[in-house]
Design a binder for this molecule. Structure first.
Ligand code: SF4
Length: 311
């Protein structure tokens, strides 16, 4: 379920197509030690200013959240470029606009030739000043996660009172872009597991659909959904794309097997002491991929997968 801003046909690869591409494991990548992917996410901060009920970060202790060391961030961005990474996301579980150095990281990645640099944000801190800096630094796309259709629901889902501000910031981002071709602006809305999910999505679309290039629905995922259909869903999603197509680097410098969590049990390698490619090809990574390719993750961290209720 997605629409373009003017209700028309998507004529180039937008965020929906990019996400679908990321989640497709091509045969050449379905091996224990695949080449380094063309996509990478680096978490510039593990902090967040919301506490969404469906997010794994909400359930982590506050003391376990901080920002990435700048020297590590610059080094990993450089290594990624040298390895041929084309799509670089400067965010993961935390809210990237909380990191005051985000614009520097974007500017550096673009200056060394990274083709596509992007973030996802909850939009609460997306002021005109902040956005102008990111646009000028050359960011290629910004996606807003807008997971409520009114102020009351926003407060219930995120535990923060910021709905009007977020909607205003999404619209402001569109106005600020004006006639520029870049960055692309996108929005997603989590469709919670309730009968009127489509109605909710359409309500959100009426608010922000005209102010982004694509607005799409995200199915419910996460802790609330995990208990329901876990065994069947987990089998259907093996081998999980997360291990084959897009590494995720935590703000602490660990490469995680799992896109959904940076719990230490998913760690594949420590980038404070090793390179990206060494972590990607570590024995731990190879062993976990072996289990995924055999479609038997019993005894691995993935046996307790929390990510999806729906394949
Ligand atoms: S825990 Fe689930 S989502 Fe995470 S890597 Fe394993 S199978 Fe994939």
């Amino acid at each position: 379920m997605h629409w373009t801003a003017n209700g028309g046909v998507v004529t180039e690869a937008g965020i929906v197509e990019r996400v679908a591409e990321t989640r497709r494991v091509e045969p050449s990548m379905a091996v224990e030690r695949p080449p380094f992917p063309t996509k990478l996410k680096i978490e510039v901060t593990g902090r967040c200013d919301l506490r969404c009920s469906f997010c794994t970060l909400t359930y982590k202790p506050r003391s376990a959240k901080g920002d990435i060391e700048p020297a590590l961030a610059f080094r990993v961005i450089r290594e990624a470029r040298d390895l041929g990474v084309r799509d670089l996301g400067l965010f993961w579980l935390g809210e990237p606009l909380l990191n005051a150095r985000l614009t520097e990281y974007v500017a550096y990645a673009k200056a060394i030739g990274t083709p596509y640099v992007f973030i996802t944000t909850n939009g609460r801190l997306a002021s005109t000043t902040r956005l102008r800096d990111l646009y000028d630094a050359g960011i290629d796309s910004i996606k807003f996660s807008v997971n409520a259709v009114d102020a009351q629901e926003y407060r219930r889902v995120t535990a923060v009172d910021a709905f009007d501000r977020v909607i205003s910031n999404v619209r402001g981002a569109w106005e600020l872009r004006g006639a520029r071709a870049q960055p692309k602006l996108y929005a997603s809305t989590v469709v919670l597991d309730e009968p009127d999910g489509e109605r909710r999505f359409e309500a959100a679309h009426r608010l922000i659909g005209a102010y982004v290039d694509q607005h799409y629905a995200l199915r419910q995922y996460g802790i609330q959904a995990a208990a329901k259909h876990r065994a069947a869903v987990l089998l259907a999603m093996l081998p999980c794309w997360s291990l084959f197509t897009e590494p995720h680097i935590s703000y602490t410098g660990w490469m995680s097997a799992c896109f959904y969590d940076h719990d230490p049990k998913y760690y594949l390698g420590d980038l404070t002491v090793s390179t990206l490619i060494a972590a990607w090809h570590s024995e731990r990574a190879a062993a976990l991929r072996r289990a995924h390719l055999a479609k038997d993750v019993a005894g691995t961290p993935c046996a307790d997968c929390l990510a999806y209720a729906h394949a």
